[in-house]
Design a protein around this ligand. Structure first.
Ligand code: 5AD
Ligand code: SF4
Length: 442
């Protein structure tokens, strides 16, 4: 039996792609192993969103270079594969397979080519008619499942490689999405996460013609499904109907990830984000105006070319105004093919680092204050695991916050007893900037 190892970098789209790749390989008679040393086929599913992410794969490939040829085959999948294409064969000559995400349906074919000794196998074209049916997905988590509803991206943010690595936007039919949610519910999954680079730009290609809000609502109504999440939303396409759908449906989680990138309308314009600070803030007001306690999280880029001290001050100000529950902060990183590459006034790295740290510190204080508001309140968690070191169960609230807790009856997993997969009410007793802690409430 042939063996394979796969390591995944990057976003949830990539993590889910890997689940599809693993499913396909198992179907083709391969067996998954835990280390590259044991594997005949070593795969890296890569990310190229920032330069650091891209470097990772090349350093991984260096590690095992000497083993190439000794019965080991190397493949680069995902965004770096799509972006760099056949140049990867030059940079890392021991690689035999380079394939982007739009080509995974052809994986069985590509494996046959590899097995017959072909040293330059590629899957790099974007096929608009790509079928989304992925019958052989091997999901990593038995309770929460990812579902791709839209692939690619038609926006052209000046800093972003995604339109080049994942191609044009293609939505899946609503029937196919709902069928998958139903199958997952029957298989015992209670939580689903709808995925897309711009998940809310979803547009049903079938005659039903659902928009994202309708799909979200219907997914939440599938019997057996207790939680629906979605990521990532683009503010421009984030309509009031999405907020109303969340407000109406208990199963839609109290969490929206709405990347703002900058608090300065001037910078947003140069980023080509298609919204102003004011338009973004209107969406925040909608979310805050619901009956629900919706957590809002975001992504911010500091040091975009030409970002002045006063632009950055506007970002700090917006962040104080929104009071995000959590955020990812990135230093701007120049990417191939993108418009911003040609922009003047690139910011020195030390200055990017300084801005990142200032923003991080401001946000840490906000998160501590926000999380402290949960102390003394009961929160429902979906139990995800157990932390041996701390003796606590790990749960996640609807707001997507980690809530570590102790349980009076089941102190630890054992004797076939576990809380993983259950929904429990937990009393929050402590709060840190990044998580909550509590005790299961009888
Ligand atoms: N440099 C830094 N951060 C970036 N992101 C996307 N492209 C870049 C880049 N070139 C960030 C954005 C996006 C997140 C996934 O990554 O904030 O929302
Ligand atoms: Fe990385 Fe973007 Fe590709 Fe996801 S889509 S793996 S974040 S480059």
């Amino acid at each position: 039996m042939k063996t394979f190892y796969i390591e995944t970098f990057g976003c949830q789209m990539n993590a889910h792609d890997s689940e599809k790749v693993v499913g396909t390989l198992l179907e083709q008679g391969y067996r998954q192993v835990e280390t590259p040393a044991e594997a005949e086929l070593v795969l890296y599913n890569t990310c190229s969103i920032r330069d650091k992410a891209e470097q990772k794969v090349f350093s991984r490939l260096q590690q095992f270079k000497r083993e190439a040829g000794k019965g080991k085959t190397f493949g680069v999948l995902g965004c770096v594969a799509q972006q760099e294409g056949e140049r990867i064969f030059e940079r890392a000559p021991h690689v035999s397979l380079v394939a982007g995400s739009a080509s995974y349906a052809r994986l069985p074919e590509m494996l046959v080519q590899l097995e017959s000794g072909d040293k330059r196998v590629t899957g790099l074209s974007f096929d608009r008619d790509e079928a989304f049916e992925t019958p052989h997905t091997r999901r990593d988590n038995p309770h929460r499942a990812y579902i791709t509803i839209i692939e690619g991206c038609d926006k052209s943010c000046a800093y972003c490689v995604v339109p080049f690595t994942r191609g044009p936007e293609r939505s899946r039919t609503s029937q196919s999405v709902i069928r998958e949610v139903e199958q997952l519910a029957r298989a015992g999954y209670t939580e689903v996460q709808l995925l897309g680079q711009n998940v809310n730009s979803y547009r049903d290609p079938s005659p039903a013609g659902w928009n994202f809000a309708t799909l979200l609502e219907r997914a939440g109504q599938v019997p057996g499904i207790r939680r629906v999440r979605f990521t990532t939303s683009h503010p421009r396409d984030f309509g009031r109907d999405i907020v109303d759908a969340i407000d109406r449906n208990e199963t839609l989680c109290d969490h929206v990830h709405l990347p703002v990138q900058s608090g300065s309308s001037e910078v947003l314009k140069r980023m080509d984000r298609l919204y102003t600070r004011g338009e973004y803030m209107r969406r925040i007001e909608w979310l805050k105006g619901t009956r629900r306690d919706i957590a809002i999280t975001t992504d911010i880029i500091v040091g975009f070319p030409g970002e002045t001290e006063s632009d950055f001050a506007e970002t700090l100000d917006l962040v104080r105004e929104v009071e995000y529950d959590s955020m990812f902060i990135f230093k701007y990183s120049t990417r191939p093919n993108t418009a911003a590459l040609q922009y003047p006034d690139h910011i020195p790295d030390e200055e990017k680092t300084r801005r990142l740290m200032v923003l991080q510190e401001q946000q840490r204080v906000i998160q501590l204050r926000k999380n402290a508001q949960y102390i003394g309140r009961k929160q429902q968690v979906h139990v995800e695991g157990y932390n041996q070191a701390t003796g606590q169960w790990i749960g996640r609230t609807s707001q997507n916050k980690t809530l570590n807790f102790t349980h009076s009856a089941i102190a630890a997993p054992g004797d076939g007893r576990t809380l993983v997969g259950e929904y429990l009410d937990v009393l929050v007793t402590r709060a840190g900037p990044n998580s909550l802690a509590g005790e299961q409430a009888a």
